[in-house]
Design a protein around this ligand. Structure first.
Ligand SMILES: *Cc1c(COP(=O)(O)O)cnc(C)c1O
Length: 417
């Protein structure tokens, strides 16, 4: 559920007409709903009841500092994958003690920065990373809290690019190697083992693969316990899907209840989750304006002012996102359209074969754009990055200014003449 609804024939974000926002800030732009973000985060949090837990929002889904600050205010933790994301969370007043650091390629400078602010835990994914963290922690005179990301080899049944829990993927350690690494870590002077972690993929629409992964994790946990290694938390990653089209992903409460039911009373671990998409995805829309309608013998194209550099999911994953008019009132006739951007690539489309009533100049909303939208955007074709706006009931906040043409070239230099 979200707060982008029609009132009469006009699309609104909470209590503000989209057309009004565009009048002031132009298009294309991303528009987020504060109430939707809040609601989605709280759904995860509240489903745990009094069971010890921490929701670590996956920053890569949408890393605007206004969004991070909003979630930090709700009590959120954060799952980061780079020093840039670390810096954002700190700037957004996130609590370092609630940060988990994932990723297969943590550099030394990134590890040092995370050790200095005192994060909650490193999710180790590569053998050499443990030695690197132990050494750097020693040099800083601190003890590094770690968890190992295990690869449970389960099929998340999602797009291959966002499936991460199969043994052929680059992520995590297999069971044997993980146990070996835990035993090595237990002997290291500057390492404290705190947990275990897995993340099997994104946009999962069933609970089955999550429970299969949990089963594998629990097997490892019991082996570790027998060897005298006890953990404080289980981090079950992110990956819960959202409805883009007709998917019916489980609700956060259904998914969390299934986890808690499996754990029963025999476990007392704190549970960490790292949802990104399920919190931000349906809390944002991309607004674009039709520049031209182009009809050929074979196809109808609506050429819009947003493109694959602004929203790459359709091009990259062949993802389907709903496209709706901002104003439903029209005299136009229904045709089938490809909604395409101005970029010089045939892969530059936002939607294909959409039955819509269109006129040049119309505004369109591409729904479910709050996650992996702005964060995956680029300057390709020298297109400045677009504005981001957050609506809070009747109030509109600009949370990222549209890039200017000067900013586009700000860090470039001419060769000396
Ligand atoms: C991407 C990612 C997430 C978030 O995934 P969603 O599908 O957006 O919930 C969580 N944890 C890790 C390690 C990730 O790489």
């Amino acid at each position: 559920m979200d707060y982008f609804n029609y009132r009469g024939q006009q699309l609104f974000a909470e209590d503000v007409a989209i057309a009004k926002i565009v009048e002031e800030y132009g298009s294309p732009c991303y528009i987020y709903s504060k109430a939707t973000l809040t609601r989605h985060w709280q759904e995860f949090d509240q489903a745990f009841g009094s069971y010890p837990h921490l929701i670590c929002y996956a920053v890569k889904a949408n890393s605007n500092i206004a969004i991070l600050n909003l979630l930090a205010g709700l009590g959120s933790g954060f799952d980061i994958v780079s020093i840039g994301e670390l810096e954002r969370v700190i700037t957004a007043k996130g609590d370092p003690k609630k940060i988990v650091f994932s990723g297969v390629g943590k550099r030394k400078d990134e590890i040092i920065a995370a050790l200095k602010v005192g994060i909650r835990c490193f999710n180790i994914e590569v053998v050499g990373e443990l030695d690197r963290i132990n050494q750097l922690a020693g040099e800083l005179g601190v003890v590094a809290p770690v968890s190992f990301r295990v690869n449970p080899n389960v099929d998340a049944k999602t797009h291959p690019y966002i499936s991460t829990g199969l043994k052929e993927n680059k992520f995590g350690l297999d069971t044997q190697l993980a146990i070996h690494e835990y035993l090595r870590a237990a002997e290291m002077p500057h390492i404290k083992i705190v947990g275990i972690d897995c993340h099997i993929g994104s946009q999962l629409t069933e609970t089955g693969p999550f429970l299969d992964a949990l089963e594998k994790v629990l097997i490892i946990v019991s082996i570790l316990e027998k060897k005298g290694i006890t953990l404080e938390h289980l981090d079950l990653g992110g990956g819960l899907g959202i409805c883009y089209n007709d998917e019916q992903p489980p609700k956060p409460s259904t998914y969390i209840n299934a986890i808690l039911k499996r754990l029963g009373k025999s476990y007392s671990y704190e549970i960490l989750l790292e949802p990104g998409r399920a919190i931000a995805g349906n809390a944002g829309i991309l607004i674009t304006q039709i520049e031209y309608l182009k009809t050929t013998a074979d196809k109808n194209f609506a050429i819009v002012n947003a493109a694959m550099n602004d929203l790459v999911r359709p091009s990259l994953y062949n993802a389907w996102q709903e496209i709706i008019p901002v104003n439903q009132q029209t005299n136009a006739t229904m045709f089938t359209w490809d909604i395409v951007g101005p970029i010089c690539e045939t892969g530059d489309f936002l939607g294909k074969n959409r039955p819509l009533k269109l006129t040049e100049g119309d505004l369109l909303a591409i729904r479910s754009s709050g996650a992996y939208g702005f964060t995956m955007s680029s300057n390709y074709n020298s297109r400045p990055r677009i504005a981001e706006i957050m609506v809070d009931a009747k109030t509109v906040h600009l949370i990222k200014k549209r890039e200017s043409l000067q900013e586009l070239m700000a860090n470039e230099y001419l060769l000396p003449q």
